[in-house]
Ligand binder design. Structure first.
Ligand code: NDP
Length: 249
C-alpha cells in the first residue's frame, strides 16, 4: 500500500510539474539566430541551467560571444535550403529535445501602404514564416529522438489579428502566418507527444527591439524558459507571452 502511495505521488508530481521529469544535463536545445539578441541570451541561460546548447549563426566566424559561451556553433541561414540541408546532415542521428525557432527579421520601413515594398515583404515571410517551417521539417527526426519533442517558435504580439492596431504589414503578417503553421504542426503531431508552441517575448532591448524596449534580454528569457520548462502536450498549439499568459489569435 505504502509503495502504491509513493508511486502515485511520484506520478502526480511528474504530471503536474513536468520540468522535474527531465534532467537538463542530458538535454539538447538548438537555437537559431543565437549570435545576438534574444537567441544569444537563450543560449547563455540554457547553458547555465546545464543543457547542451547548439546555437546557429549565419556567420559562425563572427559569432564571438556565442562561441565564448560554450555553445556548439553551427552555420544556418534559414532562407537557404542548402544551409538547412547541411545542418540536417551535420546533426544526423543526434537527439534534439527543444528546438527554438528564434531567427527573425523586422523591416522598420514597412509602416504604411505607400511604404510596402514587395521584395522586402517576401524576404520577411521567407525568414519569419518559412524559415521556422524549413528548420522544423529538417530536424523533425532529431526531435523524434528527443525526450521533450518541443518546438518553440518566436512569434510576436504584433502577429495577433485580434489585437492588431495596424502598421507593419510584412512583420505582422509573417508572425500571423507563423502562428498558423504552429497550429497545423500541433494538429499533425498531436498523437506523437510533440509540443509546438508560439511565444511572444515582450518588447525586448535588442537590435530589433531598440533601447527603449520594456524588457532586458535577461528578463525576457528568464520568463520564457520558465514557460518552456513547464509546457505539457496540453500547451501544444497555444500562443503565450513571457509570463505564460495566453495571447488572443
Ligand atoms: P535581433 O534582430 O536582435 O536578432 C535577430 C537574429 O536572427 C540574429 O541572430 C540574426 O542573425 C538572425 N537572423 C536574421 N535573419 C536570418 C536568417 N535568414 N537566417 C538565420 N538567422 C537569421 O532580434 P531579437 O533577438 O530581438 O528577436 C529574436 C526573435 O524574437 C525574432 O524572431 C523576433 O521576431 C522575435 N521578437 C522580438 C521582439 C523584440 O522586442 N526584440 C518582440 C517580439 C518578437 P544575423 O546576426 O546574422 O543578422
Amino acid at each position: 500500500m505504502k509503495n502504491y502511495l509513493s508511486f502515485a505521488i511520484v506520478l502526480f508530481s511528474l504530471l503536474a510539474f513536468p520540468q522535474f521529469a527531465y534532467s537538463s544535463s542530458d538535454q539538447t536545445v538548438l537555437i537559431t539566430g543565437a549570435n545576438r539578441g534574444i537567441g544569444l541570451e537563450y543560449a547563455k541561460q540554457f547553458l547555465a541551467k546545464g543543457y547542451k546548447v547548439i546555437g546557429t549563426a549565419r556567420k559562425p566566424a563572427t559569432a564571438t560571444e556565442l562561441k565564448k559561451s560554450g555553445a556548439e556553433v553551427l552555420q544556418l541561414d534559414v532562407t537557404d535550403e542548402k544551409s538547412v540541408a547541411d545542418l540536417k546532415a551535420a546533426l544526423k542521428g543526434r537527439a534534439i529535445d527543444i528546438l527554438i525557432n528564434n531567427a527573425g527579421y523586422f523591416d522598420r520601413q514597412d509602416v504604411t501602404l505607400d511604404k510596402v515594398d514587395f521584395n522586402t515583404f517576401a524576404r520577411t515571410l521567407d525568414i519569419n514564416t518559412l524559415g521556422p517551417l524549413r528548420v522544423t521539417q529538417a530536424l523533425i527526426g532529431n526531435l523524434e529522438k528527443g525526450q521533450r519533442k518541443t518546438v518553440i517558435s518566436m512569434s510576436s504580439g504584433l502577429g495577433s489579428i485580434e489585437k492588431s492596431t495596424g502598421r507593419w504589414y510584412a512583420y505582422r503578417t509573417s508572425k500571423t502566418g507563423l502562428n498558423q503553421i504552429n497550429k497545423i504542426l500541433s494538429t499533425e503531431y498531436k498523437d506523437q507527444g510533440f509540443i509546438f508552441t508560439v511565444v511572444h517575448p515582450g518588447w525586448v532591448q535588442t537590435d530589433m527591439g531598440g533601447s527603449n524596449a520594456t524588457y532586458t534580454p535577461t528578463q525576457s528569457v528568464q520568463g520564457l524558459i520558465k514557460v518552456i520548462e513547464g509546457l505539457t502536450t496540453k500547451d501544444s498549439g497555444q500562443f503565450y507571452d513571457l509570463n505564460g499568459k495566453s495571447i488572443p489569435w
